[in-house]
Design a protein around this ligand. Structure first.
Ligand SMILES: Nc1ncnc2c1ncn2[C@@H]1O[C@H](COP(=O)(O)OP(=O)(O)OP(=O)(O)O)[C@@H](O)[C@H]1O
Ligand SMILES: [Mg+2]
Length: 421
């Protein structure tokens, strides 16, 4: 694409991993960026060449007013959100600027796991049995009436935070209390957000799990990549580790997945831009676990390279400016990423073996993203990644083998933290 005179308004929330790759893509394409963020000062220092506007993501209507006040709105050609937390304000601003974006109501539906489940039932798509429970309820009185195994989860968190499997009433009671405690932490929720006062209980869905990257254009799904998750995700916690593509899912199942994704998006009201979905597939069908109107989280998008080396962020930026993603295919080599598991709770003091991990044939990058001297919190309470390993090879199996051997070289010195009594 020729260097353009286009400008994009990019919403970037606090703590996103995604900003760097979006900015790099914009620079490569010659697209101007205005950043709208709730951590304006930090970003202005990190990216002095970008134009940064401070907005509150908890008051999207004020964000709209401020952006209209500060920007020559006709100079903006597209709006994008780098992550979940920025999607609602981005949607409202896009509407005010008359630029294509998903409706805020569709984003709310996709982010709330209870509303999402309802939408799947409405679409006639396979869904586990589910029920909502207020966190003030006594789990002892609920536990005997449950079907086991089941999965308990918060409505609005992500990255498997607070998601716990229970196989019998005693585990149900313990899981319920643990999630309640998590949801009551002061940093957790905006007090007005009622979603944090509930948890969702679903039947456990057995089967193989997949992650899907796609892009929507006027409601039509264009599949970009399907990742297999070769490590078993059977609980009690669901820590993501390896994603590898191309998927071994048979072609007819992939077509079915695409059709079901399209129906699900239609019912949710999502019609434009990137989507990241997760599904479990078994003999009873394709069970969608989530559809988020954003790109894949963390640094995982670096596992994807399209024709002529294009990154996912370049593709998404070009799509936002009106390019068609048709004819874009992934590079031929198999590729994968490992989200490095957090081995235990404590302060990260030192990481060993990075150079040896990097030297493993097939490994293309090792990124330790967690800062030293900060406290690592494993699932189900934690929400950050230790880092990422990336590999490329001829086959998905060789990618998985490279990631596993590189991981075996990594050693983490973690100092146990003492509880304050
Ligand atoms: N009903 C279920 N049956 C089996 N496994 C489940 C079920 N619900 C969740 N899981 C497992 O837990 C993981 C996390 O659950 P889920 O995707 O619902 O939450 P999240 O990742 O925290 O949020 P989001 O995906 O919306 O960002 C899933 O990827 C899956 O492995
Ligand atoms: Mg998920």
């Amino acid at each position: 694409m020729p260097k353009s005179s286009k400008r994009i308004l990019l919403f970037a929330p606090k703590h996103t991993y995604r900003l760097h790759d979006f900015l790099q893509a914009a620079r490569k394409l010659g697209i101007g960026v205005v950043l709208a963020s709730d951590r304006c000062k930090v970003l202005a220092e990190m990216y002095p060449q970008e134009n940064v506007i401070a907005v509150s993501f908890t008051h999207p209507d004020r964000a709209v007013a401020k952006i209209q006040e500060q920007l020559e709105v006709r100079s903006i050609h597209a709006v994008l959100a780098a992550d979940d937390a920025a999607a609602i304000p981005a949607a409202k601003v896009a509407r005010a600027l008359n630029l294509p974006f998903n409706h805020p109501a569709a984003i709310r539906k996709s982010r709330n796991k209870f509303m999402f489940r309802h939408a799947m039932v409405k679409a006639g798509l396979p869904s586990p049995g589910f029920r909502l429970a207020g966190i003030e309820l006594e789990p002892e009185s609920l536990a005997t009436g449950m079907r086991y195994p089941c999965v308990l989860k918060p409505l609005m968190l992500s990255g498997s935070q607070g998601v716990i499997r229970a196989d019998h009433p005693a585990e149900f009671i313990a899981a319920f209390r643990r999630i309640r405690h998590l949801l009551q932490q002061p940093e957790m929720a905006h007090p007005c957000n009622r979603a944090f006062r509930y948890l969702l209980i679903e039947d456990y869905i057995p089967g193989q799990e997949y992650a899907i990257e796609a892009i929507l254009t006027r409601g039509r799904v264009h599949l970009l990549a399907i990742f297999d998750k070769p490590e078993p995700l059977e609980g009690p916690f669901f820590e993501e580790t390896i994603y590898v593509t191309p998927s071994r899912l048979p072609a007819d199942r992939q077509r079915r997945l695409k059709t079901e994704l399209e129906s699900a998006c239609r019912v949710l009201g999502l019609h434009h831009g990137p989507i990241h979905a997760e599904a479990r597939i078994n003999a009873n069908g394709i069970f969608l676990l989530e559809i988020a109107p954003r790109t894949i989280g963390g640094l995982c998008s670096r596992a994807l390279r399209f024709a002529s080396g294009m990154s996912l962020e370049e593709l998404v930026l070009r799509h936002a400016l009106g390019d068609s993603p048709a004819n874009l295919s992934l590079q031929r080599q198999a590729s994968g990423v490992m989200m490095i598991p957090i081995p235990k709770k404590g302060v990260l003091k030192q990481v060993h073996g990075v150079e040896q991990a990097r030297a493993v044939p097939g490994i293309v990058d090792v990124q330790i993203t967690f800062p030293l001297n900060h406290e690592l919190i494993p699932l189900p309470e934690g929400s950050s990644y230790l880092g990422f390993l990336f590999a490329r090879a001829e086959t998905p199996e060789a990618v998985v083998a490279a990631l596993s051997s590189a991981h075996a070289y990594l050693q983490f010195d973690i100092l146990p933290t003492l509880a304050v009594v």
